[in-house]
Design a binder for this molecule. Structure first.
Ligand SMILES: [Zn+2]
Length: 149
C-alpha cells in the first residue's frame, strides 16, 4: 500500500479545491473528511491549498482594478511628457535669455539698446513665470479634484 494510491482513490485535487470552496455534495464532502481524518499528507495538502486560496483572495483587494490600471496608463505618459515639455521650454528660454543678456552686456551698443533688451527679456521672463505658476496651481487643483471624485 503506497502513500499516494489510496489518496487518489479517495479524491483528486480538483475535488479537494471544491471541498475548500464548499462546492461539493454532502456525500463527496464526507468522503473527503473521512480521508482527511486519517491521512496527514492530504491534510497538509488541503491546508496549503486553503492558504494559497486565502492569499489569492486577500491580494485581489490590493491589486489595482482594471479601471485604476487604465487611469494610470492614460495619465502617466501625459503627465511625464507635459513636465518634460515644460522643462525643455524653460531650459531653452533660460539659455537663450542668458546668451542674449551676455551679448547685450558685452556689446558696444548704446545703453538704451541694453535697457531695451533687458526690459524685454525681463518682461518675457515675468510672463513666463506667471504662466508657470498658473500651470502649477492648475495641476494641484486637478489632483485635489481627482481625489475628491
Ligand atoms: Zn491522503
Amino acid at each position: 500500500m503506497t502513500d499516494t494510491n489510496p489518496c487518489q482513490r479517495a479524491f483528486d485535487e480538483e475535488l479537494l479545491s471544491g471541498y475548500i470552496d464548499g462546492e461539493l455534495s454532502q456525500g463527496e464532502r464526507q468522503r473527503i473528511e473521512v480521508h482527511l481524518a486519517e491521512c496527514a499528507s492530504c491534510r497538509t495538502l488541503q491546508e496549503s491549498m486553503r492558504a494559497v486560496r486565502d492569499a489569492a483572495r486577500s491580494t485581489a483587494f490590493a491589486v489595482p482594478t482594471d479601471e485604476q490600471w487604465r487611469e494610470t496608463a492614460r495619465t502617466l505618459p501625459g503627465r511625464w511628457s507635459r513636465q518634460l515639455g515644460w522643462l525643455f521650454v524653460i531650459l531653452c528660454a533660460a539659455a537663450g535669455a542668458g546668451i542674449l543678456l551676455w551679448e547685450a552686456a558685452a556689446s558696444p551698443e548704446p545703453w538704451w539698446v541694453k535697457v531695451t533688451v533687458f526690459g524685454v527679456l525681463g518682461g518675457v521672463g515675468l510672463l513666463f513665470a506667471s504662466v508657470l505658476m498658473d500651470r502649477l496651481h492648475d495641476r494641484r487643483h486637478d489632483r485635489y479634484r481627482r481625489v475628491h471624485k
